[in-house]
Design a protein around this ligand. Structure first.
Ligand code: FAD
Ligand code: NAD
Length: 473
């Protein structure tokens, strides 16, 4: 006999596991079905984010940044740390431990909140009256009135560069190299390419990124992208824009990438490893979408309205498998919204206020509109900008590259967009998100007391600069 629940959540990534916990908190009898297996073949909760995404990449970014500090920055502090070396296997083991602690943590959270957890691939089978039937790979079947699909995404495959998991890898393989490759090629200079490229460059690899777009980081504010490109080039990340990949061949432990540059001239890049990071595709394979009439959009994502309702009654979808940015916090926020809707509460997720962060050095973060978007919309806006170079805390940290830029409406002064390139942008951006969530004006931000000395003072001064009254410049 199949077991019945109030809610079946499919997928235990940050969209699914958060939705399941919130459902349980609201008194809904909930099961979460997930098919992720770790390298040892054991089920592992947390989806892409915890297993091969946000968390492991940030662990490696931290280790590699520490190594770079020791080898490049410590001497200016008077610290002698000659002959520092990197034990890559130890770094990867530390990363693996962080991942397993967190994935285990979700299991404990499920237990604490009384969320049932099942391992296997789930498929929508159909509806009996107002109850959905969901099949699981081992033949088991569960039933529920409400379904939340949170099946996430997987790496987009590039036909010219098939993965072999050893020399040609996606983000998963790139998080577990056993040694630093001498020459590392990366197809795609997006967020994964730049973050993982930074990791291995700091550890000594010569990193070349081949990017199809003619513009660097087109989604970022142009001024920020320009500053970041300058910084990355200075760090000797080699970035070719307008690159077209013709083919990849593997021979005698090297990978050869044949490509055409921005002028159409044929080039060959030889590397020891190749990372393919050309975006991600929604995970709907085997879900039974077609059979039950679940509508997908042209990009293969599950079609949803602003409250994540799909074309089917009582079936919701959240996270990477639907429209909007493919980010963990966006997935979680949608998960909470849907759980609260099912629980009879108000649900809300504002896609205009999703912060974007890149954990490179300098970090990049933004929320709201870019200057090019405001120009295209013909908006009347004013701008305030302040450099980290003029900030005492940034000087003390020895991390002075970059700036914060705030744009506000000319008439109402309401903040329209905040863009950061510089130290701790990932933490600083939250102040802007909070301000914008409460419809703050730049004057509101400028009238708030900021601790001294702190990086947050750069935000304060940028807000003051909107009305041309920054103090320290
Ligand atoms: P996922 O995390 O992909 O989880 C989906 C789960 O569903 C998986 O476990 C999958 O196996 C399972 N599943 C799929 N189909 C089925 C099925 N039919 N039955 C059962 N289970 C199924 N985002 C950030 O916000 N910050 C970052 O710093 C960041 N860094 C990243 C770094 C890398 C290298 C990568 C690859 C991604 C990163 N992301 C980051 C993106 C982030 O990981 C995703 O946006 C997030 O994981 C999406 O969550 P989700 O719950 O929608 O899906
Ligand atoms: P991305 O969209 O950020 O970058 C992919 C890049 O590959 C783009 O610049 C694109 O122009 C380029 N590209 C596409 N086809 C190409 C081709 N044939 N040849 C050369 N270049 C090509 O995607 P990603 O870096 O793969 O990351 C996937 C998703 O994961 C992102 O959407 C992002 O939201 C998420 N992510 C987030 C973080 C973070 O929040 N810090 C970190 C990593 C990943």
């Amino acid at each position: 006999m199949s077991k019945s629940f109030d809610v079946v959540v499919i997928g235990a990534g940050p969209g699914g596991y958060v939705a399941a916990i919130r459902c349980a908190q609201l008194g809904l009898n909930t099961v979460c079905i997930d098919d992720w297996k770790d390298a040892q073949g054991k089920s592992s909760l947390g989806g892409t984010c915890l297993n091969v995404g946000c968390i492991p990449s940030k662990a490696l970014l931290e280790s590699s940044e520490n190594f770079e500090r020791v080898t490049h920055d410590f001497a200016t502090h008077g610290i002698q740390a000659d002959n520092a070396s990197m034990d890559v296997l130890k770094m990867v083991a530390r990363k693996n431990k962080i991942v397993s602690d967190f994935t285990l943590g979700i299991r404990q959270l499920f237990k604490k909140n009384k969320v049932d957890s099942l391992h296997g691939r789930a498929q929508l089978l159909g509806r009996d009256g107002d109850v959905w039937r969901v099949g699981i790979t081992d033949g088991e079947e569960v039933r529920a009135k409400h379904i939340i699909v949170a099946t996430g995404s997987t790496s987009r495959i590039l036909q010219q560069a098939p993965l072999d998991g050893l020399q040609v890898v996606d983000n998963e393989g790139a998080l577990s190299f056993s040694e630093t490759p001498k020459r590392l090629a990366i197809i795609g200079a997006g967020v994964i390419g730049l973050e993982l490229g930074s990791v291995w460059r700091r550890l000594g690899a010569e990193v070349t990124l081949l990017e199809a777009a003619h513009v660097f980081l087109p989604a970022a504010d142009e001024q920020v992208a320009k500053e970041a490109l300058r910084a990355f080039t200075k760090q000797k990340l080699i970035i070719h824009l307008g690159a077209q990949i013709d083919g990849v061949t593997q021979a005698a432990e090297v990978v050869k990438i044949n490509w055409r540059d921005i002028h159409g001239v044929t080039q060959e890049l030889v590397a020891d490893k190749l990372i393919v990071a050309v975006g991600r595709v929604p995970n709907t394979q085997g879900l039974g979408a077609e059979a039950v009439g679940l509508k997908l959009d042209a990009a293969g994502r599950i079609e949803v309205d602003e409250q994540c309702r799909t074309s089917l009654s009582h079936v919701y979808a959240v996270g990477d498998v639907v429209r909007g940015p493919m980010l963990a916090h966006k997935a979680s926020d949608e998960g909470v919204m849907v759980a609260e809707l099912i629980g009879g509460q108000m649900g809300h997720c504002d896609l205009n206020l999703v912060p974007n962060v890149m954990y490179t050095a300098p970090e990049i973060a933004w929320v709201g509109k870019t200057e090019q978007q405001l120009k295209a919309a013909g908006a009347a806006y004013k701008t305030g900008q302040f450099p980290f170079l003029a900030n005492g805390r940034a000087r003390a940290l020895g991390d002075t590259a970059g700036f914060i830029k705030i744009m506000a409406d000319v008439n109402t002064d309401r903040i329209l967009g905040v863009h950061i390139v510089g130290p701790m942008a990932s933490e600083l951006i939250q102040q802007a998100v909070l301000a914008m969530a409460f419809s703050a004006s730049s004057e509101d931000l400028g009238r708030v007391i900021h601790a001294h000395p702190s990086l947050a003072e750069v935000m304060h001064e940028a807000a003051l600069a909107v009305d041309k009254r920054a103090i320290h410049i």
